[in-house]
Design a protein around this ligand. Structure first.
Ligand SMILES: NC(=O)c1ccc[n+]([C@@H]2O[C@H](COP(=O)([O-])OP(=O)(O)OC[C@H]3O[C@@H](n4cnc5c(N)ncnc54)[C@H](OP(=O)(O)O)[C@@H]3O)[C@@H](O)[C@H]2O)c1
Length: 276
């Protein structure tokens, strides 16, 4: 039996569909019945003989965290610590997700898993607190950092740009932040493959290749409405409450050594666009 926290979120839904497709038993743990800030609710959800606990629950409002870092940290830091201690006490492996935003963005080559962390925004700091709490709990865990998640469902960049491109003649998208899009369905498969492989510790999980948000948007618009022109702009021209790292590509070396090469983000994007 797998328990999936945040099972109705973007990644959580991908996990639930994957486990169902593989014929594996799964229990959805949904907010607010299961709240990372409520230890008793965690204990009720994480109980009985379990194969693994998968934590897709998080405070994910990157800009909102700037104004309310305390709440972000309570969920993404302290809450993850409580969950990790519960799993450690039961000896159940915990799969947990962190972010490319734990890095400072100053690199010009993919960040290895052991590169020093130095988040540039409140969300990144809250997720780093969760990474540390998870390791401190001392239980068996798989900590997977990912980036730029999207799916055919939920609120994400691909669905937003696809809908804008369908109705507009032009769009402006930032071209000075470089990273890796990641299909949530691919990430769930990658995670289960790592788990089944016996991988434990910290890994990176993304699609392959790299691009800017402008490149990403251009590929989406070209599929949805080729007559929509995408123009590049700078982050300064599109200010947001939270600073984003300008480079956040994650090195996939250990992940690919364990479970094989990852396909380009373009391949995964094409599969999702077909289904929008
Ligand atoms: N999205 C990205 O681009 C991205 C990038 C890097 C890393 N990540 C990480 O990947 C993981 C999955 O992200 P996602 O985009 O799939 O998230 P998401 O769609 O925002 O889903 C988050 C889930 O967490 C639930 N939740 C919120 N507060 C909670 C609490 N206090 N206790 C329990 N559950 C709570 C939400 O419930 P409600 O919907 O009811 O609020 C929702 O089901 C997260 O760890 C995130 O930090 C995401």
């Amino acid at each position: 039996m797998y328990v999936v926290l945040g099972a109705d979120g973007m990644l959580g839904r991908a996990w639930m569909e994957l486990l169902a497709a593989r014929g594996l038993d799964a229990r959805a743990a949904l907010y607010p019945e299961v709240d990372l800030t409520d230890e008793a609710s965690i204990a009720r959800a994480v109980d009985g003989p379990l194969t693994a606990v998968v934590n897709c629950a998080a405070y994910t409002d990157v800009d909102g965290a700037e104004a309310d870092e305390a709440t972000a940290t309570r969920v993404n830091g302290d809450g993850v610590g409580a969950l990790a201690r519960r799993c450690a006490a039961l000896g159940v492996p915990l799969v947990h997700y962190s972010t490319d935003y734990v890095f400072d963005g100053g690199a010009d080559a993919p960040y290895p898993v052991d590169h020093p962390t130095d988040p540039v925004n409140a969300y990144g700091r809250s997720k780093l607190a969760g990474e540390r709490a998870l390791v401190d709990a001392g239980g068996p865990h798989l900590l997977i950092r990912t980036s730029w998640l999207y799916a055919p469902w939920g609120k994400n960049f691909v669905r937003t740009i696809a809908s804008l491109a369908a109705s507009r003649e032009s769009l402006r998208v930032v071209d000075d932040q470089r990273g890796r899009p990641t299909s949530a369905e691919h990430l769930a498969e990658l995670s289960l493959a790592l788990l089944d492989h016996g991988a434990r510790g910290t890994f990176h999980g993304t699609d392959g290749g790299e691009c800017t948000w402008f490149d990403f948007a251009s590929a989406i618009a070209a599929h949805v409405n080729p007559s929509c022109v995408v123009h590049p702009c700078t982050s300064d021209e599109y200010p947001r409450p939270a600073t984003r790292p300008s480079y956040s590509v994650l090195d996939l070396g250990p992940t690919e050594a364990a479970i094989g090469p990852r396909e380009s983000w373009r391949v995964h994007l094409a599969r999702v666009l077909e289904r929008l």
